[in-house]
Design a protein around this ligand. Structure first.
Ligand code: GLC
Length: 555
């Protein structure tokens, strides 16, 4: 395994709208990130990925960019960004921005010019087709509902959007578009960014000419999935992008890559891959169905374990994964991967232990370090996210009552992870002096950063210890570069694995249930490296684990 500086680090995702508001407008800002750099440093974070903060009309919360070269005033200005880069550097921290180049906003200048002249230069920046008889070029369903085609008012032209209609797809087949994008990326890298998290990248390659696939729902449309499975050649674009931008800057990049074919993994994350790393989404899509969120059945601890081990086996041959339990598109990890009614600090520490000691680069999502949980939205009016609003409609169309539809989308809503960070127990969880843009989870009185910082046995301190372990010269080689080998896989609700380097073997044993459970060790251990309980009960070579006990042993 090749050694790289970034593999030894720990990354943290900031969703700026909900991180920390310093100007009282109810929305987090760049100054808020600067203010909290020392907090993140204390936790042990090195790499910070900031979700989009460019100018945007926020139809999809900034993933619809109207100006790639500026900061949206709601977050501050370019001087704040430059200061953030300087302040991060002072602390040996690295900033990644979100690279959203499958699409831009319909309010971007390019699209405005395309609207004015659909067959002109800028029309060719997008996918625009003439449909005089109203028959759409294909029957694909956009990710946020409805057809991927939207009519340009007053014309017979339609433009393509894989996501929301305010997110027209850029035409990557057009070399001029690619050049514009690389120019913009280099401009940011020259400013001092360490790299990018790359959004929805698999979508840049379309199967052309557009054609129908069999419909998979009553709306007569089909999931874009079918097209993605058939599409070939995304690597031609990505290798060109890497040559023109990342490689000359030695940038770190992590791809949001769904649906990659196994044979393509070397090209994504191998030694000559286009990206440094990519996220492991296998546990997050485990129960996905073509029907929609309402039909998802969730994931059990056993299934979570199987997924993690399968990913480790599949990807580790080719490269270095980035591991998450949540992000801004997913429900909170503790609410998802811990069975209902059993979510407490103990089980949260177990989840932290198993996910941070897996092989790969850990990405912690804001608030994860204090165990922020899903918010039970009381009414659909409290939901802001367009994806959730669409899935609510899908559930209603499938015949669910409004209460059941709300309940079903509550479990998966992207707004679960977007509620403001709970800093302390003052009004609005200390997130803002104004009115927060999204409801604060009322459990902030008990779950907040200030409380956990001053309590040595809190989840926050558990995360801090896990991160410190990864960087501790006595363990780093094993935790970062060592092999991973599952053990006792057949034991139900037990997630256990070895991490092995030449010199050392660590064993992680996690009893993923509330009942106690015992295992017999293959050899005696030298030392308990980390434990989420005060004691560890052993009888000869038998380990008797309490409910949700998770330990790391040096063998
Ligand atoms: C990615 C982002 C998500 C966004 C979508 C469209 O999946 O993570 O938040 O809605 O791309 O840009």
């Amino acid at each position: 395994m090749q050694k790289n500086w970034w593999k030894e680090k720990v990354a943290y995702q900031i969703y700026p709208k909900s991180f920390y508001d310093t100007d009282g407008n109810g929305v987090g800002d760049l100054r808020g990130i600067i203010d909290k750099l020392d907090y993140l440093k204390e936790l042990g974070v090195d790499i910070i990925w900031i979700s989009p903060c460019y100018c945007s009309p926020f139809a999809d919360q900034g993933y619809d960019i109207s100006d790639y070269y500026n900061i949206d005033p709601v977050f501050g200005d370019m001087a704040d960004m430059e200061e953030l880069l300087v302040e991060a550097k002072k602390r040996d921290m690295y900033i990644l921005m979100d690279l959203v180049v499958n699409h831009c906003s319909d309010e971007h200048e390019w699209f405005q010019k395309a609207l004015a002249d659909p067959t002109g230069k800028y029309g060719k920046y997008f996918y625009i087709e003439e449909c005089p008889d109203g028959k759409l070029p294909c029957n694909w369903r956009s990710y946020f509902g409805g057809p991927v085609w939207e009519r340009i008012p007053g014309t017979d032209y339609y433009y393509f959007h894989a996501f929301h209609k305010k997110q027209p797809d850029l035409n990557w087949e057009n070399p001029q578009v690619r050049r514009e994008i690389y120019k913009m990326m280099n401009w940011w890298l020259d400013k001092g960014l360490a790299g990018f998290r790359i959004d929805a990248i698999i979508n840049i390659k379309k199967v052309l000419p557009f054609k129908d696939y069999p419909a998979d729902r009553a709306d007569g449309l089909c999931s874009i999935q079918h097209m993605l499975e058939e599409a070939e050649g995304v690597q031609d674009f990505l290798q060109e992008m890497a040559d023109q931008t990342f490689r000359p800057h030695a940038a770190f990049t992590v791809g949001e890559v769904f649906d990659a074919k196994e044979e393509e993994l070397p090209e994504f994350i191998g030694e000559h891959g286009c990206f440094s790393s990519m996220f492991d989404f296998d546990p997050t899509i485990y129960d996905a169905t073509e029907c929609g969120w309402y039909a998802r059945k969730g994931i059990t601890p056993e299934e979570f374990k199987e997924c993690c081990f399968a990913s480790q086996a599949k990807y580790s041959k080719y490269g270095f994964l980035s591991n998450i339990i949540e992000n801004h598109d997913e429900p909170r990890g503790v609410s998802r991967y811990i069975p209902e009614g059993e979510c407490d600090e103990r089980s949260k520490k177990l989840l932290a232990t198993v996910s941070l000691i897996l092989r790969g680069l850990p990405f912690i999502y804001q608030g994860q370090e204090i165990g922020m949980e899903n918010l039970e939205f009381q009414s659909i009016d409290e939901i802001n996210d367009i994806n959730t609003l669409d899935e609510y409609q899908v559930a209603l169309d499938a015949g669910l009552s409004p209460e059941d539809a709300l309940h079903s989308v509550n479990r998966f809503s992207r707004d679960n992870a977007r509620t403001p960070v709970q800093w302390d127990d003052s009004p609005n969880a200390g997130f803002t002096q104004g009115t927060p843009w999204l409801r604060v989870n009322p459990n902030y009185k008990t779950i907040n950063v200030a409380e956990q910082l001053q309590r040595e046995d809190s989840l926050w301190h558990h995360y801090r210890k896990l991160i410190a372990l990864r960087k501790d010269p006595s363990y780093a080689e094993t935790i970062v570069y060592g092999d991973l080998k599952p053990i006792w896989e057949e034991k139900k609700n037990l997630m256990a694995f070895y991490r092995k380097s030449k010199e050392q073997t660590l064993l992680v044993v996690a009893n993923y249930q509330k009942e106690p459970q015992s295992v017999t060790l293959e050899q005696v251990y030298k030392k308990v490296v980390l434990n989420n309980y005060v004691n560890l009960n052993t009888k000869d070579s038998e380990l008797c684990l309490e409910g949700y006990q998770a330990v790391i042993l040096e063998m």
